[in-house]
Ligand binder design. Structure first.
Ligand code: ZN
Length: 285
């Protein structure tokens, strides 16, 4: 059985076919049973997944050709965006950080959300890329156990955590949240893949290319804190809500950690591909 792929086109909830060539409009295809608003659909995730099972029987007239350039952010108004820093051992070493004893969490503000094929407005000389696996919360709560955590995840997608290193490290100690929240610096998508049917969810291959050159390449099982650990930790402190976004950290190979350093330049195309989750592509301007 193929997994549901949930996206947003022209502000409306969509389900994308396995071929990635077409999508259906969720509200129209469900005969009005499900809403057009993506946040409302994430709140009714199991119904969205049930509808996705009927996609193979969609009539040709239900299918609309998919243009990835037209995809919007699949989670347009999350209440919270969490991000975990220093969550891969090799990245901790390249950034001269010790290994964290607990997840090192910061936030990216929702006003920085971008489209899957969006533009990154570079500021200064030290804007950097970070490829990340992103989890979208489907069912909120407090004090969620590690054992229950996956049942609170709607799906997974690709993320790019753009970072202004000059701003991030302007002071000692550094601050992360503003340096990672400039306009367009929070790219997720291109669509959300249902986690429950994703047998590979615990170990996915992730590759980040900058203008065609491979910069980051890892298996996500190299994470220090895995998705269930992060959800248990966060929900012990903050209430989680459906539609919350969780960036799970980047592997080694970021621009700031290379010799010589390689920061983003106008015209660079940053592409991150995660096995079974698709490719994000942002263009630097
Ligand atoms: Zn990051």
């Amino acid at each position: 059985m193929s997994a549901a792929r949930f996206g947003c086109v022209d502000g409306r909830s969509a389900l994308i076919t396995e071929s990635l060539d077409n999508y259906i409009d969720i509200e129209k295809f469900s005969g009005g049973k499900l809403p057009s608003d993506p946040m409302a659909c994430i709140n009714r995730w199991s119904e969205v997944c049930d509808l996705a099972k009927t996609l193979p029987s969609a009539k040709a007239t239900d299918l609309i050709a998919l243009n990835f350039d037209k995809l919007d952010c699949p989670v347009p108004r999350p209440r919270q965006i969490f991000a975990v820093g220093v969550n891969y051992k090799a990245h901790a070493a390249e950034m001269n950080h010790g290994l964290p004893k607990e997840p090192l969490v910061f936030t990216k503000f929702p006003s920085s959300l971008n489209r899957p094929h969006g533009q990154i407005k570079l500021v200064g000389e030290k804007c950097d890329y970070e490829a990340e696996l992103v989890a979208i919360v489907g069912k909120g709560g407090r004090n969620i156990s590690v054992a229950d955590a996956w049942s609170h995840v709607a799906g997974l997608c690709v993320g790019q955590d753009f970072s202004d290193r000059a701003l991030q490290y302007a002071n000692t100690p550094p601050q992360f949240s503003l340096g990672k929240s400039r306009e367009g610096f929070t790219a997720i998508g291109p669509y959300i893949t249902d986690a429950a049917t994703l047998t590979t969810r615990g170990n996915l291959e992730m590759t980040c290319r900058v203008s065609g050159e491979i910069m980051q390449h890892t298996q996500t099982d190299d994470m220090i804190f895995e998705i269930p650990d992060i959800i248990a930790y966060l929900s012990g402190i903050c209430e989680l809500f459906a539609g919350d976004v969780i960036y799970t950290g980047t592997p080694s190979g970021v621009g700031a950690g290379r010799t010589p350093q390689r920061f983003l330049r106008t015209g660079d195309i940053v592409e991150t591909t995660i096995q079974d989750l698709g490719t994000l592509r942002n263009t630097c301007i």
